[in-house]
Write a protein that binds this ligand. Structure first.
Ligand SMILES: O=C(CO)[C@@H](O)[C@H](O)COP(=O)(O)O
Ligand SMILES: [Co+2]
Length: 219
């Protein structure tokens, strides 16, 4: 059970402090938004490089940008742990995943709520992780979409069929009252923005989320 707080909910004026506050988490989730793929703008490679320099834990970069084929490899080159691009923003997801892996990062593909999972099931061995969005990407603090759970079940079954160790990540509306639902459906990697940075005790929030996920996990 991996917990990855999203620094979209951190204080951008105190990024180093807020990354150091989540040292007990499994990774820091970095939401890159370009104002085109989503109607919001965050930061680019220079900021990711800066966070990477001070972070005590690995970086999980979530690219919500157009033209992923062009831009995603540059993030992998920074030496981050994982690079997620959106299926909707790539013309050749398999070629892009191979490039990301070749550059030394884990390759991860994200699906917006309206994107079906079926076209990707045979391609799963090309990826290290699939991100099932449980909100429309763009903003933190939205409500969890429980109707995405069939996608997780389908992906978990397909990964078992392939015999691969595919991480299934969920992102959006993950909190104490929803994380168990996603874990039960097969997720093992959980992004949480407001549920972590909105808590008075950030480390306690991470521990509680991890425990709640473990209590409900399908395996
Ligand atoms: O990718 C996104 C939003 O597009 C996320 O990573 C959010 O940052 C999650 O925030 P919460 O829903 O957990 O508050
Ligand atoms: Co995200």
């Amino acid at each position: 059970m991996r917990i990855q707080p999203s620094i979209l909910s951190a204080d951008f004026a105190n990024m180093q402090r807020d990354v150091e506050r989540i040292a007990s988490a499994d990774g820091v989730h970095v939401d890159v938004m370009d104002n085109h793929f989503v109607p919001n703008l965050t930061f680019g490679p220079q900021m990711v490089e800066a966070v990477q320099r001070v972070s005590p834990i690995p970086l999980d970069v979530h690219l919500m940008i157009e033209d992923a084929d062009r831009w995603a490899p540059g993030y992998a080159e920074l030496g981050v742990f994982s690079v997620t691009f959106h299926a909707e923003a790539s013309t050749d997801p398999v070629a892009l995943a191979r490039r990301i892996r070749h550059l030394g990062a884990r390759a991860s593909i994200a699906l917006k709520p309206g994107t079906p999972v079926e076209p990707y099931l045979e391609l799963l061995p090309e990826f290290d992780q699939v991100l099932v969005m449980t909100v429309e990407p763009g903003f933190g603090g939205q409500s969890f979409m429980a109707d995405m759970m069939p996608k997780l079940r389908t992906l978990r079954a397909a990964a078992e069929r392939h015999g691969i160790d595919l991480w299934l990540q969920v992102d959006g509306g993950i909190a104490l009252d929803t994380i168990g639902i996603a874990a039960e459906a097969g997720a093992d990697t959980f992004v949480a923005g407001s549920a972590v940075y909105g808590a008075a005790d950030v480390e306690a929030a991470i521990a509680e989320l991890r425990a709640a996920a473990a209590a409900s996990h399908a395996h």
